[in-house]
Design a protein around this ligand. Structure first.
Ligand code: IMP
Length: 433
């Protein structure tokens, strides 16, 4: 067997770190054979662009390798898929001139289906500020063994099975006092029948495909969605998503045996952001402050801190190496990618949280208890900033010394080499070390 080359790209914070930038770089520069998603659903969002081909598309569940015609793209068994919104993504990709075929796009028959009723239940019962895409209710049904998997679309009984689930969801809504939100089951079944028709050719047992690819020595890039601090096991529970977003979860959800991962890239954004509710120790509370406005950017401008799926403004805070050390403990990164170093130019003093304090107790890694975490205050180390504009720089040596020292500080605090640095909103604005 040839040696497999498996890379996992994992969010180190609360999501939206800019993972897509590095995925794009790896796909474009290294010609990855297979790109796959192993967790989450259309709650994720990132824009992929290829200026040379005039491509600019917002993807939510489709792996980003789709625009590189040479890659096979897999939506793995750990994901949840909304048939209707996925078909919209397929249409957007084809409109951009990218050819789709079952040879290039494979949907795991084991992935679970998000029904419209899951979205309604998500909205009705939300306590944590979800994306409203039905993610939690779909994983809930998976866990209680009442969910529908994509393979059910291949059976003659699909619409009967879907009808049972939709009716059960209507009963649940009515019992919870949300009777006015009940869905027209007949109408939903018509939509599902139409979507199943489109998706059927793409549904397959991806386990066999991945296993054969590994034997043949193909390169695989497992593209994480959401991030470590939103992980259902390791995140700031209950303010988390419903899937496993850490390296192990992503690989498991794609069907890549753990022994084959040779690069685990943790992505961290400078500054950090969080969207939705939940603790965020370094959050800047004054949204009107110059610093906040400057770090958030203008809505609609490239790289501005507003959700790609929901349009919500993201909370912003200083880089926090306490949670980064924790993310390293959970994922075992072999390297780190930092994004948005350019946004720090012109800030006189840069703060990095190096420990937390709660009721007089000091923490150098994340406490598991979310109530304690909510009361923690950051202890900052201050580092000198730089005045120079570093937008689009591609060579580490051309960075101002203060920027190099800042990167070296983070590297030392997490204990993992920084190999990639984002210096601007374009995919090509990357320093590779
Ligand atoms: P859900 O994944 O829609 O259930 O949302 C649960 C939590 O995860 C909410 O706080 C969301 O804002 C957050 N979340 C889900 N997906 C993303 C993402 O792609 N980026 C950032 N936050 C996300």
């Amino acid at each position: 067997m040839q040696s497999p080359k498996v890379t996992v790209v994992v969010g180190g914070q609360f999501g939206d770190e800019g993972k897509g930038k590095f995925v794009h770089y790896l796909v474009q520069s290294q010609g990855v054979d297979i790109v796959g998603r192993g967790n989450g659903g259309p709650n994720a969002g990132h824009n992929v662009h290829d200026p040379e081909r005039g491509i600019e598309i917002a993807l939510h569940l489709m792996p980003s390798g789709i625009i590189a015609e040479s890659s096979v793209n897999i939506v793995g068994c750990g994901t949840v898929i909304n048939p209707h919104t996925f078909i919209e993504e397929m249409d957007a990709v084809e409109k951009a001139g990218v050819r789709l075929s079952p040879e290039r796009l494979k949907l795991s028959s084991r992935a679970h289906i998000i029904l419209q009723s899951h979205r309604v239940i998500d909205g009705a019962g939300d306590r944590v500020g979800t994306t409203g895409q039905g993610i939690g209710p779909t994983y809930r049904d998976k866990a209680v063994r009442t969910g529908l998997r994509l393979e059910s679309m291949l059976r003659e009984t699909f619409l009967d099975d879907a009808q049972d689930v939709l009716e059960a969801h209507n009963k649940e809504l009515a019992a919870g006092g949300y009777g006015d939100l009940c869905l027209d089951v007949e109408r939903e079944l018509v939509r599902l029948a139409e979507s199943a028709e489109v998706l059927r050719p793409y549904i397959t047992d991806t386990v066999d495909y991945v296993s054969e690819a590994i034997k043949a020595g193909k390169s695989i890039l497992a593209e994480g969605a959401q991030a470590t601090l939103l992980d259902i096991n390791y995140g700031t529970y209950p303010y988390v998503t419903s899937s496993s977003c850490t390296a192990g979860g992503i690989l498991g959800g794609l069907g890549v045996p753990a022994q084959y991962a040779d690069r685990v890239i943790g992505v961290f954004k400078l500054p950090m952001t969080r969207v939705g509710k939940g603790p965020f120790v370094t959050r800047l509370t004054d949204e009107e402050s110059d610093l906040h406005v400057r770090l958030a950017g203008k809505k609609g401008s490239a790289g501005a801190e507003f959700g790609a799926t929901t349009g919500r403004a993201r909370d912003i805070g200083w880089m926090d190496v306490v949670s980064a050390r924790y993310a390293q403990a959970v994922n075992g990164f072999t390297e780190i990618g930092l994004t948005k170093l350019d946004t720090l130019s012109g800030i006189k003093t840069l703060k990095v949280a190096t420990s937390y304090v709660c009721d007089g107790e000091q923490f150098t890694t994340m406490p598991a208890d979310t109530q304690t975490l909510e009361k923690c205050t950051p202890v900052y180390t201050e580092l000198p900033g730089w005045e120079e504009n570093i937008d689009g720089l591609k060579d580490f040596e051309t960075l101002p010394n203060a920027a190099k020292d800042y990167v070296a500080f983070i590297e030392k605090q997490i204990g993992v080499p920084v190999t990639m640095i984002g210096t601007g909103p374009n995919n090509s604005d990357v320093i590779i070390r």
